[in-house]
Write a protein that binds this ligand. Sequence first.
Ligand SMILES: [Zn+2]
Ligand SMILES: [Zn+2]
Length: 327
Amino acid sequence: MYAMVLPARGVPLTFSERPDPVPGPGEVRIKVSACGVCRTDLHVVDGELPDIPYPIIPGHEVVGRVDALGAGVGELKLGMRVGVPWLGFTCGTCPYCREHRENLCDRPKFTGYTRDGGFASHLVADARYCFPLGEDGNDASLAPLLCAGLIGWRSLVMAGEGRNIGIYGFGAAGHIVAQVARAQGRAIYAFTRRGDEEAQNLARSLGAEWVGSSEEKPPAELDAAIIYAPVGALVPQALRAVRKGGRVVCAGIHMSDIPAFPYDILWGERQIVSVANLTRQDGLDFLKAAATANIQTHTTVFPLVQANEALACLREGRLVGAAVLQP
Ligand SMILES: [Zn+2]
Ligand SMILES: [Zn+2]
């Protein structure tokens, strides 16, 4: 197998060949056909997440086919197309796992962070955390659903039932969630960086009710706002845009500090919440909703060996939609 490996904090990924991994009991080996590039990969590469076990292979939006089965794997078959998401393992015994909140597990493993991920020709995954993807849709288009879509879905559910939904940061997750929300009959208010014409055009083409820059006040009060950009300053801006009783959902794993703000923009039972990880049920619910809503992802495909270039494009905001690597 070969992979783009992160050898240490804050250095570029390096191409590396290794012996093919052998799946242990309950695991499968997957031949990767596409892997999305998520902002969390940037946080891993930059060492902004704690306890990274270097060397590590990033990538947690993996689409591929099962090409070896470990002992005791029942559900997945050789040749089956599957997706491997961020949630790679949960303990099953901690208080969170026991109350069906495995996204908050005390002893989790995460694909592409604490276990090797999909910036590779092959990876080994715990079969219980893989999603069968069926045969509809092409591999590169499906890859962004595995995190941007899934976390986007969880954040939309967390946003509640309101009609007017603000999306701050219209990238990989934003453009998928906008389609789901539109299919549910909701109105999307898309906030981008000032002057980001391409993201604004994408939002318009997906039926956004209003498109503007993050500093602007939308023409209607929002029932909820979801923040995908890792920018703490957006929290008070979003609070100013939501109605009484409204909610601001922070969907990233890492965010710059939130600046101080006057209490009166929180007053009126407004809420700030965060979304962490996913449960397997989120995945099943979302993949069903995505098929119904006929989600079309906008992707830029890079060869796997150009993973550093893809990360640089994401960092600099030069992508429209999502980046996907193909080995
Ligand atoms: Zn647990
Ligand atoms: Zn992700």
